[in-house]
Design a protein around this ligand. Structure first.
Ligand code: PRP
Length: 177
């Protein structure tokens, strides 16, 4: 087993909290009277979802979808799979996807196409982080938390080989660009 990589804080928990509050204010303004369905992309979005919806003081529903393309690797395989299905019909619903990171864009682009075929009334994307330097397909992020440099980031739901999701800060791994 390889040794643990060194971590550096990129955004601390106070910065994350301020950003989640700001995202919640933007989302509240647009969705307060629309009874939206928030769909979290597993696993990485679970922490953002939990914190975000505590700021949303209006009727909404929550569901999750499990997608995987990275597996145990740090490079995307490019092939996205649904590994955990939605439990809510989305036809005619106001759908807001909640994701932790848009990197190459392949995962969320697959997801938005997949959801669009189910004919929601509207479909938008909230992403905690965006790494535009790695984009392979164009993605419109309607509600964005942070733009991040081309470094491997972990924490606040994001993993490295399934580790570090529990960190309260967003960190990057030294030497793992
Ligand atoms: C990660 C992350 C995003 C996606 C972004 O998911 O949570 O959903 O990759 O990468 P992309 O823009 O290059 O497609 P991963 O497949 O690692 O699963 P996880 O959320 O369970 O960690």
């Amino acid at each position: 087993m390889s040794s643990q990589p060194k971590l550096h804080v990129l955004f601390n928990r106070q910065e994350i909290e301020a950003t989640v509050s700001r995202l919640a204010a933007e989302i509240s303004q647009d969705y307060h009277d629309r009874h939206p369905l928030l769909i979290g992309v597993l696993k990485g979005s679970f922490m953002l979802m939990a914190d975000l919806i505590r700021h949303l003081d209006f009727p909404l529903e929550v569901d999750f979808i499990g997608l995987s393309s990275y597996g145990k690797d740090r490079q995307t395989s490019g092939k996205v799979k649904v590994v955990h299905e939605l439990s809510t019909p989305i036809k005619g619903r106001e759908v807001l996807v909640i994701d932790d990171i848009v990197d190459t864009g392949l995962t969320v682009s697959f997801l938005l196409d997949y959801l669009r075929k189910k004919k929601p009334a509207s479909l938008k994307l909230c992403a905690l982080t965006d790494k535009p330097s790695r984009r392979r397909v164009p993605v419109t992020i309607d509600y964005l938390g942070f733009t991040v440099p081309n470094k491997f980031i972990v924490g606040y739901g994001l993993d490295w080989d399934e580790k570090f999701r529990n960190l309260p800060d967003i960190c990057f791994l030294e030497g793992e660009d």
